[in-house]
Design a protein around this ligand. Sequence first.
Ligand SMILES: C[S@@+](CC[C@H](N)C(=O)[O-])C[C@H]1O[C@@H](n2cnc3c(N)ncnc32)[C@H](O)[C@@H]1O
Length: 222
Amino acid sequence: MFSRIINVSDVRQTHRQTYLYRALRQTMICMVDFSSVYRGAPPWDIGRPQKEFVRLEGAGEIVGSVLDVGCGTGENALFLAVKGHVAWGVDFTPIAIEKARYKATERNLNVTFLTQNALELHTLGRTFDTVVDSGLFHVLDDEERPQFVNNLASVLNRYGTYFMLCFSELEPGSYGPRRVTQSDIRNAFDGTWHINYIRPAQMESRLQIDGIHAWLSSISKE
Ligand SMILES: C[S@@+](CC[C@H](N)C(=O)[O-])C[C@H]1O[C@@H](n2cnc3c(N)ncnc32)[C@H](O)[C@@H]1O
């Protein structure tokens, strides 16, 4: 399954601007069937929160109510609930949400997990002080990014902050999701957003012991 993701990236390099590319990529993205991946053990599903979010919470950067977008099986949201935050997690893959709910019950934690498309966050009908994202932004294509950013604005309180961890272009090879540059992030969040920082970071994975070159971004809604 992961090898299909590699193919998507290769196609992107070759046919970036063409309609054929877009149609083909859309089809292939559908073939990256997250439901099937979650029946096994996804490389990103490390069974604990990403250390970057643990560090952010310890530093007091994550405040108030939190939404984890593209939460997968929920480890980051569950960790933030343990730390006393009102925590919600949304993901469009039902099996991931089932697993997240199971963990919440097992650990006796009160986290709201919903099957929800991150491109339709406005339908949630509530806002949060903080949004965290580990690995969602980098799976969105060029057309989805602005839709996502608009939806993000609809669920973040004024001056609320979005923390995003994504693959960076410094990660060698072409496996996994597309690489994201600092310019990509700045372009996606121009206008009514304030970029507090974009820092080099490590994304943990079950496959790479040393972690993956990533960017950790802190972006606030003005
Ligand atoms: C790389 S995984 C990361 C999962 C989780 N954040 C973690 O760290 O374990 C990306 C997640 O984004 C979800 N996803 C992708 N596109 C989405 C969308 N448009 N709306 C909601 N979830 C989406 C996938 O189902 C998957 O769980």
